[in-house]
Design a protein around this ligand. Sequence first.
Ligand SMILES: Cc1cc2nc3c(=O)[nH]c(=O)nc-3n(C[C@H](O)[C@H](O)[C@H](O)COP(=O)(O)OP(=O)(O)OC[C@H]3O[C@@H](n4cnc5c(N)ncnc54)[C@H](O)[C@@H]3O)c2cc1C
Ligand code: SF4
Ligand code: SF4
Ligand code: SF4
Length: 502
Amino acid sequence: MNKEKTCITDKLETSCCTGCGACINCCPVDALSYGRDPWGYYIPVADKEKCIGCGKCLSVCPVYNRKENGHFEQPRCHAFISGNADELNASSSGGIFTRFSQAVFEKGGIVYGAAWSGTLKEDHLVRHEAAETETELGKLKKSKYLQSYIGYTYRDIQDDLKAGRQVLFTGCPCQVAGLKALLGTEDPNLLTIDLLCGNSPSEQFFRGYLSENFGDGAIRYEFRHKENDWRSDCVCITLENGEEKVFTGRFEDDFQSVYHDHTMCPPHCENCCFHSVPRQGDLTIGDFWGIMRTDPSIPGQNGVSVILVNSEKGQEFFDRFGKREGDYLREVPLAWLGGNGYTGKQSRNFASPLRDRFYEDYLKHGFTVAVHRAAKTKNRNEIDKWFGYFEVLLRWMQKPDPVGWLRNRVEECGYERIAIYGMGEVGRLLYEKMKSASIPVEYAIDKRPQKVDGQLKVVRPGDELEPVDVIIVSILSEFDGIRKLLEKKTDAKIISIRDFLL
Ligand SMILES: Cc1cc2nc3c(=O)[nH]c(=O)nc-3n(C[C@H](O)[C@H](O)[C@H](O)COP(=O)(O)OP(=O)(O)OC[C@H]3O[C@@H](n4cnc5c(N)ncnc54)[C@H](O)[C@@H]3O)c2cc1C
Ligand code: SF4
Ligand code: SF4
Ligand code: SF4
């Protein structure tokens, strides 16, 4: 074996590899294939006998060899709700993926995205596949919160483009980066859409969850079930006997419990270099949670999509995609996205402080034990509380001009009279920053008024409250209880500091 033959597996740590498959797709002699790390994440494995040391994988890998893509740093931002109730129900957010795909089909194009494999028993539970008709599109709809197997999709796309077909590729930002790195040049027939993405766990975790909770009995799984309303953490599992089980939230479902709080977030997602601006796709789509907080009048009970337009090509497609009667489409400030989407240039992703312990426990004891140990960690509530603050403040501080952002936020929401509930460290910090932004605070509410500086009037929670437009509650862990209490005393809008700052 020639020792000089260096390839990507010698250079990039597996914990940095996103499993995008670009190196595997590009290797001219197929010396690279898909393997898995101990937690089941896809990584390249090299056959050094086959490798000819050409170095192509090193230049293609978008993590090892990062390149600027010239996309906008301040993308234009739109909200979308499909006017077709069936399409909306079949989608995770507002159904924009379906609408964009239809526009591609109308031109004879082909759409690539992530599909469940036929059963829950096969290898590669979620994998990228092509759809050429509306019927085939069904398998790509809805989020599957698992790392999708790219396989040799990029090579198929190269063939489609050579044949002059129009192609829409959708996927996580790291996958869009992988495809673009492989192609090397912009093809006018290729449009890419990336998702707002926080992390994508391995299917190995998911298999552990399925078998430990349902044995062999689960035959169908649906994330983002919309039975009751639009939320991120409702799932529906169909069992062999036809029974459907619907679970909502972290206390009902073990997978949800460790997905949304980033306990399952792998190191390559924690250190992701693709998830913020400039974005990887010509367009970005995601859940527009923030708009519901900023403009509650929007008819978004069943889902709202956010669309970011990131490039000239994306703008051209967006301008002609064809809104239909009944669709809701509106341009809104990018700031409405809040912390979802990490739109600050330097924004970093994060993992829960419990992640490393969870990963170790999983290897030793399996999925369920690892989840329960994480949930029952003696100080879990304390950790949740401080982690909640950490996340909120981090996201806010990552905005290019946090104080200016605060001023804009207050203006956009039309708040003129503001009160703050809770004058601990976080409440005081908010007050100080409000002062720096010249935003008047009418008064504060706190059990211990002596803590606050002489300028700000402080009342106790039991006192009569003067009318204000909004009360911002700085105590995250007790927000629901505090809101109920305040709603009995005032007509002011009551929001948590999380909803205000994100
Ligand atoms: C792993 C993951 C993490 C996400 N994180 C966020 C987030 O933090 N914030 C946010 O606002 N939105 C997030 N989303 C996006 C959101 O859940 C919706 O997928 C998106 O808004 C599109 O919804 P839709 O209504 O337009 O259509 P849908 O029909 O729901 O669109 C489905 C789209 O998602 C793609 N897709 C589904 N599963 C995967 C997968 N495993 N890997 C790659 N692509 C996939 C399909 O190819 C298709 O393009 C995430 C999605 C995934 C898959
Ligand atoms: S160096 Fe060339 S031949 Fe070797 S694995 Fe990388 S792409 Fe393949
Ligand atoms: S190209 Fe993708 S799969 Fe290959 S090493 Fe780089 S990040 Fe990993
Ligand atoms: S967080 Fe980054 S690395 Fe992880 S799936 Fe999303 S885009 Fe890929």
